[in-house]
Design a protein around this ligand. Structure first.
Ligand SMILES: [Zn+2]
Ligand SMILES: [Zn+2]
Length: 279
């Protein structure tokens, strides 16, 4: 499996000289399966460039998996050009939670007067799959959802192919139990021996006390979880919108010092836009 980070910024797209290295697009991660099937995790603003890439490669089919309905994870959908091409086929997966359906959830990104094109004018053939907690398969790739600890709920995913395990937990507050979510111990179990964990690491320990219940994790807690779970590679995602490149790099450096001190073999990095990870 090949993982490409098209957008890993949290909450709102950002731009400017402070965001060159880690990028400004919001959550969108592509997973290429070994048979070249395309899975997309979330439709943050990063999905715009991914859509252009799929058109360049003449890839007409993809599987789009949503974590939750917060705006930063949906706002790129109307700019995903394959949806305006009637030859496109999109398998769309997500848990509707309090919404009527997954269709309703995504349809809200294209409603007048907030957007000039109506959802009913989408030309792609979209099949909606209202999945919540049941594992499912996309060809040879096994997908296991897990509930996130986040306001308004959400789901993370474990993707397994050929014995390689990738866990994607964005927008997850490890040390606060949101209604409908799980607890720290449950996430530790879920991440056990993962080859790669991409986890929300939005806050520093100093910032967190004023932001408890906002739905995001402190990077030191994420490091602890990854070490305890025996994760091989840990990537921080959902970088805070105000975090300049030098500050993200600083967090990465501090995290590596903690890991060294613990004598753990964990490899840790702050994920950057356009980064590619092969498992
Ligand atoms: Zn978010
Ligand atoms: Zn969120």
């Amino acid at each position: 499996m090949i993982i490409r980070c098209w957008g890993i910024r949290g909450s709102i797209p950002v731009s400017g000289r402070d965001y060159i290295k880690y990028g400004g697009d919001t959550t969108c991660v592509e997973v290429r399966a070994e048979d070249n099937q395309v899975l997309i995790l979330d439709a943050g603003s990063g999905i715009r460039r991914l859509g252009n890439q799929l058109l360049r490669e003449n890839i007409r089919k993809c599987h789009l998996l949503f974590t939750h309905a917060h705006w930063d994870h949906l706002l790129g959908f109307p700019f995903f050009k394959p949806i305006y091409d009637k030859r496109s086929r999109i398998e769309l997966y997500g848990c509707p939670f309090a919404q009527k359906s997954v269709r309703h959830l995504i349809g809200k990104t294209m409603v007048r007067p907030n957007f000039p094109v109506d959802f009913k004018d989408v030309r792609a053939k979209i099949d909606f799959h209202g999945i919540c907690m049941d594992p499912f398969k996309i060809h040879r790739l096994h997908v296991e959802p897990v509930l996130l600890s986040h306001p308004n709920q959400g789901i993370g995913y474990k993707l397994v192919e050929n014995g390689k395990v990738f866990v994607f937990l964005t927008d997850n507050e490890l040390t606060y139990h949101h209604r409908g979510g799980l607890r720290y111990e449950d996430y530790r179990k879920f991440c056990r021996n993962a080859d790669l964990l991409l986890h929300d690491a939005e806050y520093t320990p100093a910032e967190y006390p004023a932001r408890i219940t906002w739905g995001h994790s402190v990077y030191t807690d994420v490091v602890r979880l990854a070490i305890e779970a025996g994760v091989k590679k840990l990537g921080f995602i959902h970088h805070n919108q105000d975090r300049a490149d030098c500050e993200v790099a600083q967090i990465e450096k501090k995290a590596r010092a903690i890991i060294r001190k613990a004598g753990s073999p964990l490899h840790c990095f702050a994920a950057a836009q356009d980064q590619v990870i092969r498992l």
